[in-house]
Design a protein around this ligand. Structure first.
Ligand code: UTP
Length: 297
């Protein structure tokens, strides 16, 4: 039996420049899809996968994130007085057991690999998950749970992968596939942001990982890679061919890149349409908008 994955790192120390000026004072991860911040989707997914310890790698100006997971006694008291049971229930999902959540500062934004490395002492010597909250995945079975189940069979390192069109591959880490076994592929190479036409496949890595502690040791040695940042992909790739080799996992679900404006807007519409209380009105509105657009042509 493999060791259970009970710890997850949430790297949230990036500057979120694509959402400036909003992210000047609001952390990107607190921006909301309908009525839940991105980070809530990430936490819910982690919980469903059996994660018990939540490690946030933060930076200056991310205080709102810490407050989000704190109790709000005054607010709770007011809601209770007014008999707002449903809202109280919604707030419960934001509560964390004392000691289950930790915050570590990344003092300089040196890249995703560096952010993960900052949490090394809290991980020690066990496998761990990494979740990027700006990748939001709508799925019947939450993506990380699918991965944890597959990982029980494979061990090693596992990265979530999805097919992307060739012209988009240069925005991602891309897998060089050794063997395609369906949902799981074994990997013989990984390239971070390959040049156009040089991607080894159309399988791109997105923001869910189950990693072996050996990746943290690899990060110890890495200075910087593509874009002058310490790339997590490079550290994972160093494990290829070792006892902790690397697998890609084709998850079932729809991923939204909520780190980009277009992806965030698409996710907002998709999640709103999935809600019984919003669907009908929104659909009507969107249909009207499309008519207006056509009329303008
Ligand atoms: P992004 O590449 O999306 O960068 O990081 P960003 O700073 O969040 O956003 P833009 O590009 O400026 O708009 C991917 C993930 O890695 C984390 C981010 O917080 C995000 O979850 N990250 C990135 C760090 O924690 N530290 C870093 O130094 C870089």
């Amino acid at each position: 039996m493999r060791r259970k994955v009970t710890k997850a790192i949430f790297p949230v120390a990036g500057m979120g420049t694509r959402f400036l000026p909003a992210t000047k004072s609001v952390p990107k991860e607190i921006m909301t899809l309908v009525d839940r911040p991105l980070v809530q989707y990430a936490i819910d997914e982690a919980r469903a996968a059996g994660i018990k310890e939540f490690i946030f790698v933060t930076s200056r100006g991310k205080g709102a994130l810490e407050d989000y997971f704190d109790h709000a006694p005054f607010l709770e008291q007011e809601l209770r007085k007014k008999g707002k049971v449903e809202l109280l229930e919604a707030l419960k999902a934001t509560n964390m057991e004392s000691g289950a959540i930790a915050y570590i500062r990344q003092h300089r934004a040196l890249g995703l690999g560096h952010a993960v490395w900052c949490a090394r002492r809290l991980i020690a010597n066990e496998p761990f998950a990494v979740i990027l909250p700006d990748d939001v995945i709508a799925a019947e079975k939450p993506c990380l749970q699918q991965m944890v189940e597959a990982y029980q069979e494979t061990g090693g390192n596992m990265v979530a992968a999805m097919e992307v069109p060739p012209e988009k591959a240069s925005s991602y880490g891309v897998l060089d596939v050794a063997e395609d076994m369906g949902s799981v592929v074994s990997v013989k190479g990984m390239v971070e942001k390959p040049a156009i036409n040089e991607a080894p496949s159309n399988l791109a890595v997105i923001g869910r990982y189950i990693l072996s502690p050996s990746v943290l040791q690899n990060l110890n040695k890495i200075k910087s890679g593509a874009g002058g940042e310490v790339q997590l992909t490079d550290a994972i790739a160093q494990d290829i061919g070792t006892d902790n080799t690397v697998y890609g996992y084709r998850f079932r679900g729809q991923r939204f890149d909520c780190g980009s404006k277009a992806g965030f807007l698409q996710a907002t519409v998709a999640f709103a349409l999935a809600r019984d209380d919003l669907r009908e009105d929104l659909l009507r509105y969107l249909q009207e908008m499309v008519q207006v657009d056509k009329a303008a042509e």
